[in-house]
Design a protein. Structure first.
Length: 451
């Protein structure tokens, strides 16, 4: 990285950043309070609130959002007449899943092979630290040149919409000229990237019932309708032979025409086993950024260990559908529900329950903020130009903010590049990326203020 005062300051702050991320990762802040204590999430929220107060933020609040979680808000006043920038991250994390699959404990930040491992290290507690580093670097080099609002969400991973509803009820709170969402990631390590589109999402629980109770498979199997078998059949109907998503009435959208994703590189990033083919058709970018994608997230049925020879009376699954820009998530939800109900075989009773939903997002990339970010990233990543990419994941808050503040510019950056393995075992963050993106964010705020 070329030498400049901001970059030098960020470099000097990296040991502190590691120590703070260690503290933040230690909170088991999964916003599913049936599985994890609510006190863990409250502890993480209070940690962030204290960090903002220490940096001179005023009006620091813990916002009780309608889904029963807390978001952390803070305001740092800048020079009179300056623009306002909202910095977003979330402190809630995905469950660690099978802790035995982790090489080191998921809630203990551990360094190895030049990366820092731990749940939330990249997604998105590292984003909180990125914002703090950028602001500290500016304070050490003449001051923060804009008004800054920070919002750290407490339930983004659950998709329960608490912050979206709160923002709609308090529309002035998060108003800003530009919004920087720190929950995306570079296309690959060392390639500065702004995410310009996000797929939306919907999640459904589907339950199939066929019998009043389980039956002996020897006495009744072959004629008695098997609820688990019916569920398997209807879930299979959501995909074509090549693995493409096929939901009745949901058509593919336009192909992706931006940065392309090499198929062999994708295989490496996704750690696809040798000999196993990719699913779907079209380019990889088409499939992960511009087309619907269904995933069966879980099935409630007897585990193999301890299973009895029984015809199952009931079975349940959670199904996720990612929807690209141009597809309305509400309409997609209706189509998915109708498909599941129509394709369930044997007259089995089927019920669906919506448990999460968010609209897709598409940014306006010709704005002054994008120019300011491109210039900042060119300094933070010498020899590289900022790239535009899509992201298959969802950040429902983006559409809420775009609707509430139609004149605001929205940029998505962050630490979730492919090697980070977010949502999986051994999630990690590259400290080099944390350093460079913190520099880029600080320089962006300088450029944006001067523009």
């Amino acid at each position: 990285m070329s030498s400049n005062p901001v970059a030098e300051t960020v470099a000097s702050l990296m040991p502190r950043a590691k120590a703070e991320l260690t503290e933040l990762v230690a909170f088991k802040s999964v916003a599913d309070f049936d599985q994890f204590p609510q006190s863990e999430s409250e502890g993480a929220a209070n940690w962030i609130a204290d960090a903002l107060r220490a940096e001179g933020f005023t009006d620091v609040e813990l916002l009780d959002t309608p889904d029963g979680t807390q978001s952390v808000y803070g305001y740092l006043p800048g020079p009179e007449g300056a623009r306002t920038v909202l910095l977003y991250a979330h402190y809630d994390v995905q469950p660690p899943l099978d802790e035995a699959a982790w090489s080191t404990p998921p809630f203990e930040l551990t360094e190895r092979n030049g990366r820092w491992y731990g749940r939330g290290a990249a997604d998105c507690k590292g984003g909180v630290i990125m914002h703090l580093l950028a602001l500290r670097a500016l304070k050490a080099n003449g001051g923060v040149p804009v008004h800054v609002k920070v919002i750290a969400e407490g339930s983004e991973e659950m998709g329960t919409g608490g912050l979206e509803r709160y923002a709609e009820q308090h529309p002035d709170l998060l108003a800003a000229d530009t919004i920087v969402i720190g929950d995306a990631g570079n296309f690959r390590v060392g390639l500065p990237t702004v995410t310009t589109t996000l797929r939306g999402m919907t999640m459904l629980n589907v339950q199939v019932d066929t019998l009043e109770g389980n039956l002996h498979s020897g006495q009744f199997g072959g004629a008695a309708p098997d609820a688990l078998g019916a569920l398997i059949r209807v879930l299979d109907s959501l995909r074509a032979e090549d693995g493409s998503t096929t939901i009745d009435g949901l058509a593919p959208t336009s192909p992706w025409d931006g940065l392309q994703y090499d198929e062999e590189q994708f295989r490496k990033d996704a750690k696809v086993l040798d000999g196993v083919g990719l699913i779907g058709s079209g380019t990889v970018a088409d499939r992960i950024w511009a087309r619907p994608a269904v995933t069966v997230l879980g099935i409630d049925c007897p585990p193999v260990v301890g299973a009895t020879p029984s015809v199952q009376a009931s079975a349940r699954a959670k199904v996720s559908l990612r929807v690209p820009p141009g597809v309305d998530a509400i309409e997609a939800t209706k189509l998915l529900q109708a498909h599941l109900e129509a394709r369930t075989p044997w007259g089995a009773r089927v019920r669906t329950e919506q448990v999460g939903q968010g609209q897709a997002f598409s940014a306006e990339t010709s704005s002054p903020a994008y120019t300011a970010m491109a210039e900042a990233m060119a300094v933070a990543y010498p020899g590289q130009q900022m790239q535009y990419a899509g992201q298959g994941g969802s950040i429902p808050l983006c559409n809420t903010l775009a609707s509430l503040y139609p004149d605001a510019e929205i940029l998505l950056i962050g630490l979730s590049e492919p090697e980070a393995q977010i949502h999986a075992a051994d999630e990690s963050v590259s400290p080099d990326e944390l350093e460079r993106l913190s520099v880029a964010e600080a320089l962006f705020l300088l450029n944006y203020a001067a523009g």
